[in-house]
Design a protein around this ligand. Structure first.
Ligand code: IPM
Ligand code: MG
Length: 391
């Protein structure tokens, strides 16, 4: 063997060893999911909401959303029924200094809360001197086992009322930072689908469709190509569908579904979407764009005993570099806050906020261009407060 072949042989041996370990880890994770019986979390009666402003435009967005929430939860905050806790040490700089995507003390602060409202976080990359640094979002979704990523998109005047149930812990994301590198010749990433992981997201979607009367679930995969993973996801989803005779179920491949979402005739008839992780990531950006931009849709990451509510867009470092972060659109983080209120038992306030966002968007949405000439974050949240009749 020459030097190159020796290196490749050693990389392959290493990758095979690592692969075996990965497979065992995933089998054990599946077993834990199947063995799990949801136990009610001990609750102090007080709701502690952790606020993570995040990076880039995050702090500006959070400042405005916090202002709106202070108004909506005025009584609960003064009676002590709700407490906001700002999570410290979670900026990109602090995470890089700690050498961890979520430093241990930050994770401890988060665990002390009942849920988090989170701004966008930047994933460190090679230009910051690190590679294989996992995204904080992905880390937190796994750490709190937040398996359902729920993303509503509504455009009433176009008859669109969609809710995406994106599987949030598996697929390409499960081992995204742990692929194999074989010399300079080959790179392999892994995609993971488990029985337990598919079953729980499918039930979440079908339960929701049944409960809300949105009686159609469309399962989206690429099972014609990804035969093992998507094949299993689709088969199991169809099996679970049989337990919900009142819910209509159909299945689509992700490429044609991407086209369907811009087909004005067809798209009105879709309601609940059930998708593996990466397709959910991609189609929800498309859907949000159809609604008015990725800055307009909120996202809930739900597990059995924790939840994180966040904007679906990124931290937009470009806007900060150009000094125009005050022009960021807070609609997505506001939507996330509205979902959080509903989830936390304040459904009426959640609905009021959703209405106020829609009204502000109708008035100012087109001016929120994310440029120096566009509307500002404060103008938008002022409009939301006006809608709530408190300004
Ligand atoms: C999202 C984002 C994240 C994802 C990124 C920031 C890791 O795009 O929440 O959709 O890919 O899930
Ligand atoms: Mg995304």
């Amino acid at each position: 063997m020459n030097e190159r072949e020796e290196r490749i042989a050693s990389d392959i041996a290493e990758a095979v060893k690592e692969y075996e370990a990965l497979l065992w880890e995933q089998v054990e994770r599946n077993d834990r999911m199947l063995a799990r019986t949801a136990e009610a979390k001990a609750h102090s009666g007080k709701r502690i909401i952790g606020l993570c402003p995040g990076d880039g435009i995050g702090p500006v967005l959070m400042r405005e959303v916090h202002r709106v929430l202070d108004v909506l939860l005025k009584e609960e905050l003064s009676s002590g029924a709700v407490e906001f806790r700002t999570i410290e040490g979670f900026t990109l700089k602090e995470r890089l200094a700690a050498g961890k995507t979520v430093p241990d003390d930050v994770l401890e602060q988060m665990k002390g809360c009942d849920c988090l409202l989170k701004g966008p976080t930047t994933t460190p990359n090679a230009s910051m001197g690190v590679t294989d640094f996992e995204s904080a979002n992905v880390f937190l979704r796994k750490a709190f086992d937040l398996y359902a990523n729920v993303r509503p998109v509504k455009i009433p005047e176009k008859g669109i009322d969609w809710v995406f149930f994106r599987e949030n812990t598996e697929g390409e994301y499960a081992l995204g930072s742990r692929g194999a590198a074989i010399g300079d010749a080959l790179r392999v990433d892994y995609k993971v689908t488990t029985y337990g992981g598919t079953e729980r997201i499918a039930r979440a979607a079908f339960d929701y469709a049944e409960r809300t009367g949105l009686r159609r679930v469309s399962v989206v995969t690429k099972a014609n190509i990804m035969k093992k993973t998507d094949g299993s996801f689709l088969r199991l989803a169809k099996k679970i569908a049989e337990e919900y005779p009142d819910v209509e179920t159909d299945s689509w491949f992700v490429d044609i579904m991407a086209a369907n979402l811009v087909n004005e005739e067809l798209r009105k008839d879709f309601h609940v979407f059930l998708l593996p992780n990466l397709y959910g990531d991609i189609l929800t950006d498309e859907a949000a764009q159809i609604q008015g931009g990725v800055g307009t849709a909120g996202s809930a990451n739900l597990g059995d005993d924790y939840a994180i509510f966040e904007a679906i867009h990124g931290s937009a470092p470009r806007m900060v570099e150009e000094g125009i972060e005050e022009h960021a659109n807070p609609a997505s983080l506001l939507q996330a806050a509205s979902m959080m209120l509903t989830h936390d038992g304040f459904a009426e306030k959640g609905r009021q906020l959703e209405e106020a966002i829609a009204a502000a968007d109708a008035k100012l949405g087109s001016a929120m261009t994310g440029t120096a000439e566009g509307g500002t974050c404060t103008e938008f949240s002022d409009e939301v407060l006006r809608g709530l009749e408190v300004l």
